[in-house]
Design a binder for this molecule. Structure first.
Ligand code: ZN
Ligand code: ZN
Length: 156
């Protein structure tokens, strides 16, 4: 009887190595998309980018996966636009703010945080401890500005 029994260090061991967070395909794709984008994205943006790489993802899956990632703290939700759309980005991103174009809804990161020490001292006077802040600047990007200008000129 020299037929070796090859089971043993098999399936159960592999399962043990994967315990903890199950990195499903959907989660990995969404985390990759958010990581590559570097800016907050809506669920629709995520779907579009994810499907460009690997078609077949449904919007409902994106929402469900985002909920799971939110509850794990891997992803944060921000309301950036004044139309109430939710944007998602990876937790632990570099602290920065965004300028949101009202024309094309493009988001441009600011180079630095304009919230300075004067805010801290104002809060301190009120005995308020600031732990976080949000700031969004609204306006028109270069592209939309030139579009608006040329429309105004042609209307003359
Ligand atoms: Zn624009
Ligand atoms: Zn800031």
């Amino acid at each position: 009887m020299d037929v070796a029994h090859t089971h043993g260090a098999g399936e159960s061991q592999i399962r043990g190595q994967l315990k903890g967070f199950r990195m499903t395909r959907d989660r990995r794709i969404i985390l990759e998309v958010l990581g590559e984008a570097g800016i907050p994205l809506t669920a629709e943006d995520i779907l579009e980018r994810a499907n460009a790489a690997r078609p077949g993802l449904a919007l409902s899956t994106v929402y469900r996966t985002l909920d799971e990632l939110l509850s794990r703290g891997s992803v944060e939700r921000t309301l950036l636009s004044n139309d109430g759309r939710a944007f998602f980005e990876l937790t632990g991103h570099v602290h920065r703010h965004y300028m949101v174009c009202l024309g094309c809804h493009r988001m441009l990161p600011t180079r630095s945080c304009p919230v300075d020490d004067s805010v801290d001292s104002a809060a301190e006077e009120l005995g308020f401890e600031v732990t976080n802040h949000s700031l969004v600047l609204y306006g028109y990007c270069r592209h939309c500005r030139s579009g608006r200008q040329s429309r105004e000129e042609s209307a003359k």
